[in-house]
Design a protein around this ligand. Structure first.
Ligand SMILES: NC(=O)c1ccc[n+]([C@@H]2O[C@H](COP(=O)([O-])OP(=O)(O)OC[C@H]3O[C@@H](n4cnc5c(N)ncnc54)[C@H](OP(=O)(O)O)[C@@H]3O)[C@@H](O)[C@H]2O)c1
Length: 317
């Protein structure tokens, strides 16, 4: 397992990060706490010691599960990232929100504190960053990250403090949103932890055309899961199968590995609800896609992703 340091900080992440959204129990259906905790432990035991969570993932439940799962592990060897919710970016809300996450996580400090989304109500980023820099100076957070920010928004935030890592949505299926910010991160040495690298399961190849999800599953309303895009995405995923077979890997491993070999990505954040999924996904760390195959898969991905309409985000129709 390779390890990387984020931006100018001293925060380390392994080449794959464990995503704790699905285990929060909102959006994705079917999570069971015992299996979620086992999945986190399995990730850590396989060297995936960085865990990405947020208050939004089950209203604190995901953070609580992280707290339970990491008991008994050496805290210094775990990297925890959580997020400042978009509706709490106003100056008076920043510190209480951070302190709530610290309580829910049962920790004294957070390694990476992301602003989850840019403000939707015009909160000045100068104020938010100022409060975050104070929390950093006090040791409550070790570095600051931005999620779902455009290049212009990143540059604005950087005027008020160091940004060490970005968290954009990026996969072989959904890659076109603001590529400017990714090139900018690469140029400036800012870390990139991309989310939804399996396109919420599509790239595992387990979904079929006209797939229906259980009632209450957020995938029923997400843009890529609507027709005709879902069937197109399923067909695109099938077009990758010969490459997976060539390397003797699963489609999930191929999709994750493509992220890992993408030059501007530091580490993909891969979501999972069960240890078996972790055991599948971690094997993406154990093989290498050749430059020719990388270019060929990359072209298939671009041809697919760039033909999609410019959806606002992954989660809403
Ligand atoms: N900053 C943000 O705005 C933001 C937004 C979204 C996500 N994130 C972060 O990124 C992480 C990953 O994104 P994500 O959870 O949206 O999507 P993802 O990683 O693309 O997909 C995760 C889902 O795919 C399925 N899966 C995973 N491994 C599998 C395997 N080996 N075989 C079969 N199915 C498998 C599981 O769902 P099922 O078993 O239910 O099919 C799992 O919950 C999140 O957990 C979160 O930490 C951040």
């Amino acid at each position: 397992m390779n390890n990387y340091t984020l931006g100018k900080s001293s925060v380390k992440v392994p080449e794959q990060v464990f995503g704790c959204w699905a285990i929060g129990g909102t959006y994705f259906t079917g999570a069971e706490d015992a299996k979620s905790i086992a999945a986190i432990k399995s990730a850590i035991d396989h060297g995936i010691y960085a865990l990405d969570t947020a208050p939004a993932y089950g209203g604190g439940h995901s953070e609580n599960l992280v707290r339970e799962a990491i008991k008994g592990y050496d805290r210094d060897k775990i990297t925890i990232s959580t997020k400042l919710p978009t509706h709490l970016l106003a100056r008076p809300d920043v510190r209480p929100s951070c302190e709530q996450s610290l309580r829910d996580l049962g920790q004294d400090y957070i390694d990476i504190y992301f602003i989850h989304w840019p403000s939707r109500k015009g909160d000045p980023i100068a104020d938010t960053m100022d409060e975050l820099m104070k929390l950093k100076a006090e040791g409550k957070i070790r570095c600051i990250g931005l999620s779902n920010f455009s290049k212009a928004q990143i540059i604005e935030a950087e005027q008020y403090g160091e940004i060490d890592v970005l968290q954009p949505c990026w996969s072989l299926i959904w890659r076109y949103q603001d590529n400017d910010s990714l090139a900018y991160a690469e140029e400036k040495g800012i870390g990139v932890m991309n989310y939804s690298p399996l396109a919420q399961g599509i790239l595992t190849g387990k979904f079929h055309r006209d797939q229906v999800f259980p009632e209450g599953d957020g995938r029923n309303r997400a843009a890529i899961f609507q027709q005709p895009y879902l069937n197109q995405a399923v067909d695109f995923t099938e077009s990758l199968r010969p490459y997976a077979e060539k390397y003797g890997v699963t489609l999930a491993q191929l999709a994750i590995r493509m992220c890992m070999q993408e030059s501007f990505i530091t580490a993909p954040i891969v979501g999972a609800k069960r240890p078996e999924q972790v055991e599948d996904n971690v094997k993406a760390c154990s093989f290498e896609i050749s430059p020719d195959d990388f270019a060929a898969i990359d072209k298939l991905s671009r041809d697919f992703a760039y033909a999609l309409p410019a959806f606002r985000n992954f989660f809403n129709p």
